[in-house]
Write a protein that binds this ligand. Structure first.
Ligand code: ADE
Length: 230
């Protein structure tokens, strides 16, 4: 079973329309749509925004639906000058950028007393997502690398520069690391797929609404092409 999480309704609406829904279950005020899409058994769900919503959602997918693959699609702010609005980032690993126990000597982003600094995506899923995107969206560039998540819409050059310096990440968003964290604890394969909607700087709030729609279209095309490969 493949779990597909989007933070916002716009991000999952098209996929839900296209799937053959067999059952809708509600847990933690979230609607889990179970059925088939592109010939695969899937559960598609809108988690809501932020790490807590995403973490709860991912754990329910593990507990109630026994998913063995977790895919999170959505949009993100670019942290790399080479990565433009509209391009796609496939996660190699995820870090919670707002986790700060540096006072105890932990590096910024480290969840204290966990045996990993970053939560890895599955190598096979990364390869498949890259191939799927290159085929489905030949008009945009595909990047792989670290994605950071925090309960913060990053829209200032100052904050952006700190993230760039501290984490060497490709983009920033608000859910991926929580989902990868849950996947890590439950030993589930995961990949986070993010289309860039803004540059996480002072222009972010202006660019975001304009490019959100296009970014979501790219994500949907990628998922359609990725599912048959899993
Ligand atoms: N999602 C899309 N753009 C973002 C940004 N700049 N910060 C956090 N999450 C985002």
């Amino acid at each position: 079973m493949i779990g597909i999480i989007g933070a916002m309704e716009e991000e999952v609406a098209v996929l839900k329309q296209e799937m053959n829904i067999q059952e809708v279950c509600e847990y933690a005020s979230m609607q889990f749509c179970k059925g088939t899409l592109c010939g695969k058994q899937v559960v598609i769900v809108r988690s809501g925004i932020g790490k807590v919503n995403a973490g709860i959602c991912a754990q329910i997918l593990a507990d109630k639906f026994a998913v063995d693959v977790l895919i999170n699609t959505g949009i993100a702010g670019s942290l790399d000058a080479a990565i433009d609005i509209g391009d796609m980032v496939i996660s190699t690993d995820l870090v919670e950028h707002d986790m700060d126990a540096t006072i105890f000597g932990d590096p910024l982003g480290q969840v204290p007393r966990m045996d990993t600094f970053s939560f890895p995506a599955d190598a096979e899923l990364i390869k498949k997502a890259v191939a799927a995107n290159e085929e489905a969206n030949p008009d945009i560039k595909t990047f792989t690398g670290r994605i950071v998540s925090g309960d913060q819409f990053v829209s200032s050059s100052e904050v952006k520069e700190k993230l760039v310096k501290n984490f060497q990440a490709k983009c920033t968003e608000m859910e991926g690391a929580a989902i990868a964290h849950v996947a890590y604890l439950n030993k589930i394969s995961c990949v986070i797929i993010r289309a860039i909607s803004d540059k996480a700087d002072n222009s972010a709030t202006m660019d975001y609404p304009t490019f959100e729609k296009r970014a979501i279209e790219h994500s949907v095309r990628l998922v359609r092409n990725l599912l048959p490969r899993i």
